[in-house]
Design a binder for this molecule. Structure first.
Ligand SMILES: [Zn+2]
Length: 335
């Protein structure tokens, strides 16, 4: 961790700033040591460059989700040009200018690709939090960037002050045991006038997943050893890849195939991902089969989250007709 990360951290219990004790350092980077709270004497370790705020008691559901995604993301550590376009699509209508000079929170940073992009978009500082072992990959991918920081922490119990101009959570809240509580926790760390941007699975447009894929995931693939789920994902990704390249891709691109596109099931989403590489398809399938928790969320529920957080200028838009993007501002006059 870089020492300047201390500017943004606070003890979850007594809100005191931490004091850092370094046992091993490299320049500004504390590799091994402790963060100590002078108020309640609580101490949190810094290991392999990452401050760890893991709750002592972590529910079985959260542990399983963290383990599932930690597995995926420590094995998938490349950053591509397509990631940039996709990130900007997830956070529409925000653009790179929304990051410049801002303090940014990446709530559920996984292996850190959005963290990396936020840092490239010239955020003053961007802090990625994740509960899973994917933080190891996130840290390795971003430690050379002076404005990027990674902490391992629970989204419900963030060891952070509320300095954020922008907080985003992409594809994370629907995997939490209580998605709304996760949203409210992130929103609490916005400063007055700060913006939140989220993307979640929609209830609308995902009935077939709920009917056919979810039972397999819940009773089968999320409980199997990961290498078995990988093998199953590989078997499913192969015909999916062929369908995307041979049918959905052309149908999405060529205006004279518009009738075909209308006849295809789930066309908006599958045409949109038809450019994915085989590896991206594989991990997408794996993602849907491995998560122990996944909620599909109605537009009104998303609206309710924003209302409950008393956010202003809320904008909720569909993405690929099967998910929701939402953004809103904390009132500039809120205390
Ligand atoms: Zn404390």
């Amino acid at each position: 961790m870089k020492r300047r990360l201390l500017l943004y951290l606070a003890c979850q219990k007594c809100r005191c700033p931490f004091e850092a004790v370094a046992n091993r350092e490299e320049g500004e980077e504390i590799l091994e040591g402790w963060l100590a709270c002078p108020g309640c004497q609580e101490r949190f370790p810094v290991t392999r460059g990452i401050p760890r705020f893991l709750p002592r008691e972590l529910s079985a559901a959260k542990q399983a989700t963290a383990a599932a995604f930690g597995y995926e993301w420590t094995h998938y550590a490349e950053l591509t040009e397509a990631d940039r376009a996709e990130f900007l699509d997830w956070i529409k209508p925000l653009d790179p200018a929304a990051f410049a000079g801002r303090v940014v929170l990446d709530a559920g940073c996984g292996k850190g690709r959005h963290l990396f992009l936020s840092a490239q978009f010239a955020a003053r500082d961007v802090i990625g939090i994740d509960l899973s072992d994917a933080v190891e990959a996130a840290y390795q991918n971003t430690r050379h960037l002076p404005n990027a920081h990674v902490i391992q922490a629970d989204i419900y119990n963030l060891p952070l002050l509320a300095p954020f101009d922008l907080a985003y959570s992409i594809g994370v809240l629907h995997h939490l045991p209580d998605p709304k509580a996760g949203f409210l926790s992130v929103a609490r760390h916005l400063k007055p006038g700060g913006r939140i941007s989220i993307w979640v699975y929609g209830k609308e447009g995902n009935r077939w997943i709920e009917q056919f894929v979810d039972p397999i995931r819940i009773h089968g693939t999320s409980r199997l050893p990961k290498f078995v789920t990988r093998a199953i994902s590989l078997l499913l990704a192969l015909p999916l890849y062929l369908a995307l390249k041979l049918v959905y891709g052309p149908a999405g691109r060529r205006p004279r195939l518009a009738r075909l596109k209308r006849a295809l099931p789930y066309a908006d989403y599958l045409c949109a991902i038809s450019g994915y590489s085989f590896a991206e398809n594989f991990w997408n399938v794996f993602d849907h089969l491995v998560a122990p928790t996944a909620f599909y969320i109605r537009r009104e529920e998303v609206q309710d989250w924003f209302a409950a957080a008393q956010l202003e200028q809320t904008e909720i838009t569909p993405r690929n007709n099967n998910s929701w993007r939402g953004t809103g501002l904390r009132s500039p006059h809120s205390g």
